[in-house]
Design a protein around this ligand. Sequence first.
Ligand code: SAH
Length: 516
Amino acid sequence: MSQAPTGFVWLVGAGPGDPGLITVAAAEALAQADVVVYDRLANPALLDLAPAGAERVAAGKGPDRHTMTQDEINALLVERGRAGERVVRLKGGDPFVFGRGGEEAEALSANGVPFAVIPGISSAVAAPAYAGIPVTHRGVASSVTFVTGHEDPAKESHGVDWQRLAGSADTLVLLMGVGQLAEIVERLTACGRDAETPVAVVEWGTLSRQRTVTGTLCDIVDKVHDEGIGAPAVIVVGEVVRLRDKLRWFDTRPLFGLRTLVTRTREHAGQLSKALAAVGAEAIELPAIAITPRYDEKTLAAAVDSMKAGGYDWLIFTSTNAVDIFFSFLERRQLDTRSVQAQVAVIGSATAEALQSRGIAVDVTPERFTAEGLLAALPDDLTDRRVLVPRAENARPLLIDELRGRGATVDEETLYVAAPPGDGDVQAGAAAEALRRLRAGEIDVATFASASSVTSLVAILGDDLSPLRRCRIACIGPITAAKAEELLGREPEIVAEEHTIPGLVTAIEEAETSRV
Ligand code: SAH
């Protein structure tokens, strides 16, 4: 998408909840937004796709939020568009499917504000799909009708023609209807729909907290009541519901429904979150650390020059962050990989991959991804060897001490600081919501991929560490586990055997599936 002119409004569908169901066009619009006006049903994680400095306005209904009326929202969009801003109006599902996007478009059109519509994946099809229910199916249902259940079916002047509707389509999908389920069922049966027709109600579809209740027009009201199902939910009426028995796929994943906290940096959270989501867990991102490059320009430049001239035997990287920052430093000085005139060793496989992707072959990767593992893989005698270790400030002294003990001359160069992000970052967007959920006891497993993420999360929580007592702690390896034990006063429940992100996910999966 080309850069939009200023004074432009996008009416954007955010999809039904799973943040992966946002469209590419929506992500591109968000990336250019000056202001995002969002609804409650739009996943807050998506707000992070907007620039950090973009204004975020909550328009939707919520227990603790002021609700803007539709007129106020229309007026806001017109006003901001006219003021020359790039406005994203982010709405749950599709903006034109029971989303009042049409009214907003009318207001923009009437006031001459240029706009575009970016359709979204509607919950009307996505929630059934994630419950294993195709809304049409060859030989079973060849038509589908989307209906609002919001209008009171008992009222004389409601907008829905139930008589016509009941027999109109093979599948009916009702939105905004759980509150009126009893009346809806009564109307449908009164208007001739067979009482044995299968019905499914899918609450919080496409999210890890999705729940589905199935029954028939006869018994669904009681079942929904017993399970305490509420809004948001879609109701599916029709024979297609039976297919769920065979086609269930989402809520049968091994960690389905498990709420996990991901504390990695914003940049690095994605890999872990995706791996957790792939086994059904909800990954709630609370970046506990931010990486800030911090080095002494002069000494680092001298070390690089020396390495280029063959002054080091070994170059050791202990994290991907160190690789990233080291190589951007080389680039800034218009140097390249030819500066690396030394054998290269790393602690973990991710760091090795980061080097390989830059064209650097790694000479030593240990079997166990810890400093101890690396030491075991390096020669015992390092007499007269010169070693360069660019790494984090305040990193563990063990590696350096031991290398020196073996006779090496070690130059340790600080490259960056890993510390809790600034207050502003934790108090806004998805991180703020994650922190709220942690404090409210809504996390089952908190994950830590580094000792510094434990230290930082503890710092963010301040005096009250009780939220971390209420969940299980999963650590990537023994160093992280030791830090957790030191700061939380108990052994972490889960420690990965293979100290990688996939290893961490496997450990959580094994521990949690054998818990019941
Ligand atoms: N424009 C939206 C619908 C907005 S109306 C869309 O296309 O999806 C709000 C209704 O949508 C809710 O009452 C509920 O019926 C449905 N809904 C939205 N998100 C949902 C979800 N994740 N799971 C189930 N139903 C959902």
